[in-house]
Design a protein around this ligand. Structure first.
Ligand code: C5P
Length: 317
């Protein structure tokens, strides 16, 4: 007997991203605001109980070190369950673009596979597995608008951001995340620390500070912009073009290369989109935490019971 589900795994944007000092473990201390958006990969997943574990991933694109399979191995170990797991992955989120595509696919496995396998893994366990897979994976266990500290894995909920229509531009440049961090040349002490934290704090307060309806929050800053724009001047030009096309604010996401602009109306976004004919552009909207959780409940509804988070398997004893 095989249990199946079709999942949409949402991409993310960073509405602000500060890279502070380098840490003793080689990672960098971050301050960021994550936001899930409507652009999503499709992941079909099937689980059949069996005496031996076999994990198979079908995808039109060869993806090195695919996190989907590693996530499935971690779940099967942690849940002490054996079975055949089949995945079919349809990539829609551009890769190497700072949109968290690989991370959201991995988190989708952490949320869905225990449900299909009839096991309950507490949220804390899922967070520990997620952090092993990558710094952005834990965010996708929560979704919505969230504050990320540490490597990005220490998360706190923020009120839903009131972003207007978003236009995402993916210029097809693949930016390596480790190289982008390296280009920032942060040391164990960072001279700009207090300035960076002060301006991040005022951005987060502006998000949480009860904007009257119709007010657009400005976007924050992304510390990777100057380093990545230095190597890819066309990305700086694209940001300028988004602003000239009427975006109220525009920013690069993650370590790039995708950029996004916030527009005052759908019509303005539509007119702007027409100016990016040689680029992959995606009209997207923010997905709130409430929206994210109801999406997950819907896509697993045949297999879950109750309204808890993470979704709880109806097959668990
Ligand atoms: O955690 P993740 O696998 O996404 O990180 C990829 C690379 O990005 C790390 O190996 C590290 O070089 C860099 N990184 C970092 N500081 C972070 C997150 C990532 O230096 N907070």
């Amino acid at each position: 007997m095989t249990r199946e589900a079709r999942l949409a795994a949402c991409a993310k944007l960073n509405l602000d991203l500060r890279v502070l000092q380098k840490r003793a473990d080689g990672f960098h201390e971050l301050r960021t605001v994550f936001q899930t958006i409507s652009l999503a990969d499709r992941l079909d997943i099937g689980f059949t109980p069996s005496r031996k574990t076999k994990i198979n991933l079908e995808s039109a694109l060869a993806i090195p070190n695919n996190l989907v399979v590693r996530a499935a191995e971690l779940v099967m170990d942690a849940a002490k369950v054996k079975g055949e797991v089949r995945f079919r992955l349809t990539k829609r989120i551009p890769m190497g673009a700072g949109l968290g595509g690989g991370s959201t696919d991995a988190a989708a496995v952490l949320l869905a596979l225990p449900v299909l396998a009839g096991k309950i893994l507490p949220l804390e366990t899922l967070h520990a597995l997620a952090a092993q897979l990558g710094s952005d994976v834990p965010f996708f266990l929560e979704g919505g608008t969230a504050l990320g500290l540490g490597r990005g894995e220490e998360l706190y909920p923020l009120p839903a951001s009131q972003l207007g229509p978003i236009l995402l531009v993916a210029p097809g440049v693949h930016v390596s995340t480790p190289e982008a961090y390296h280009a920032l040349s942060r040391e164990l002490t960072f001279k700009g620390l207090s300035h960076s934290i002060n301006s991040f704090r005022s951005f987060v307060w502006s998000l949480g500070g009860g904007l009257s309806s119709g007010d657009q929050p400005a976007l924050g800053q992304n510390d990777f912009e100057s380093a990545v724009f230095g190597r890819h001047p066309n990305l700086r030009a694209l940001k300028k073009k988004l602003l000239q096309a009427g975006a109220l604010a525009a920013l690069m996401t993650g370590s790039g290369s995708a950029l996004f602009g916030i527009f005052g109306s759908r019509e303005e976004r539509y007119r702007a989109g027409a100016q990016f004919q040689n680029q992959a552009v995606f009209p997207v909207s923010a997905v709130s935490r409430v929206g994210y959780r109801s999406l997950w409940r819907r896509q697993l509804r045949a297999h879950i019971t109750g309204k808890e988070w993470p979704p709880r398997s109806q097959y668990a004893r």
